[in-house]
Design a protein around this ligand. Structure first.
Ligand code: NAP
Length: 251
């Protein structure tokens, strides 16, 4: 039956940035489909845990700006649930500044969290997926700024263009091992990431005026896309980025 393809029973997922925002709801979506979820965050995921039935969520506390934590995160997930089948590289940061004033340490930090750590986690999971002989799913979180330039967010734009490119590059090398590497590009979603934009009345209205759906995205809006890309329903989808944007890119 077609709906069986979406079941994630016996699967284990790592989701980074699991304590809040889009990551929190992606954890809920995967767990509701039967998956055990290892949430990675630099602070407690108690709120996420409270939304998920007992036994289906555990947390790993790690600072994802420290690249030496990549193997630790994957090792901990395997220790907690015995295996890993799905990696969602969701954690991300944005720093707003005129390009002319951007400091290299800030640029580096954004690239580290948004790109380098997702690469290292993907690499560690891919080794595990290949060794298991069962393949796996890697889902990166891109952005409208994987396509567009944006304003005052040069490091973020660079990181999101890069993660979309990396999604294709890894798909080219790893699809042969039954590893599906894909991405989700959320549009303008009402999370901490966009608080500054939503606080700016003029900018907020400009953004709303451009969204065909006529509203900011909600955390719940990414649940379907992550389930699809994590499940057998997407087994022949490789290197793709799915926009969940209320029509922003169609405009
Ligand atoms: P968010 O609420 O700010 O979530 C970002 C998550 O990343 C938080 O859990 C955050 O933890 C975590 N994180 C950041 N730096 C970390 C670090 N050094 N170590 C561990 N965790 C760290 O924003 P969001 O909108 O849900 O963002 C999720 C993803 O969607 C990001 O990749 C973002 O770029 C992307 N995205 C968002 C939008 C949007 O409109 N909201 C649009 C396109 C793409 P803390 O809570 O501790 O900071």
């Amino acid at each position: 039956m077609i709906l069986d393809l979406f079941k994630l029973d016996q699967k284990v997922a790592i989701v980074t940035g699991a304590n809040t925002g889009l990551g929190q709801k992606m954890c809920v979506a995967l767990a509701e489909a039967g998956c055990k979820v290892c949430g990675v965050a630099r602070r407690s995921c108690d709120e996420t845990k409270s939304l998920i039935k007992e036994g289906y969520f555990s947390e790993v506390i790690a600072d994802l700006s420290d690249l030496s934590n990549a193997d630790y995160v994957v090792d901990m997930a395997i220790k907690q649930f015995g295996r890993v089948d799905i990696l969602v590289n969701n954690a991300g940061i944005i720093k707003r500044e005129d390009a002319i004033n951007v400091k290299m340490e800030d640029f580096d930090q954004v690239l580290t969290v948004n790109l380098k750590m997702p690469f290292l986690l993907s690499q560690a999971c891919a080794k595990h997926f290949i060794d298991s002989g069962k393949g796996g799913k890697i889902i990166n979180i891109a952005s409208m700024l994987a396509y567009q330039g944006g304003v005052r967010v040069v490091s973020y734009t660079a990181s999101k263009h890069a993660i979309m490119g990396m999604t294709k590059a890894l798909a080219n090398e790893w699809s042969q091992y039954n590893i599906n590497v894909n991405a989700i590009a959320p549009g303008y979603m009402a999370t901490n990431n966009t608080q500054a934009l939503r606080d700016d009345e003029k900018r907020s209205q400009e953004i709303l005026d451009r969204i065909p759906a006529g509203r900011w995205g909600l955390n719940d809006d990414v649940m379907g896309a992550v389930l699809y890309l994590a499940s057998d329903a997407s087994n022949y989808v490789n290197g793709e980025t799915i926009n969940v944007d209320g029509g922003w890119m169609a405009r």
